[in-house]
Unconditional design. Structure first.
Length: 114
């Protein structure tokens, strides 16, 4: 199983990006799917979570601006990021937690300029 994150880039504040995390292979017993980020010089931060039933949760810093979703038919999860701020800059990682194992993508860089 591999997770491939993509969609990062450089945008100005107020702009939008959509991150994708393509899952190759089958993951049985998915519990939650998550997006994390690591800002320069800071610890990794949990940004958004979506449960297998589809319930989302967000860090307070992104609530109302980011939307997590997943498409099981495409084996992909997404993070729609709107109204981006310079403090959203960082490497974004996708993560899938199942009953059998925990899987990580390689990260995609998001840079937001003021």
């Amino acid at each position: 199983v591999q997770l491939q994150a993509s969609g990062g880039g450089s945008v100005q504040a107020g702009g939008s990006l959509r991150l994708s995390c393509a899952i190759s292979g089958s993951i049985f017993g998915i519990k939650v799917m998550k997006w994390y980020r690591r800002a320069p010089g800071k610890a990794r931060e949990l940004v958004a979570v979506i449960t297998d039933s589809g319930s989302p949760n967000y860090a307070d810093s992104v609530k109302g601006r980011f939307t997590i979703s997943r498409d099981y038919a495409k084996n992909t999860m997404y993070l729609q990021m709107n109204s981006l701020k310079p403090e959203d800059t960082g490497v974004y990682f996708c993560n899938v937690d199942s009953f059998r194992a925990n899987y990580w993508g390689q990260g995609t860089l998001v840079t937001v300029s003021s």
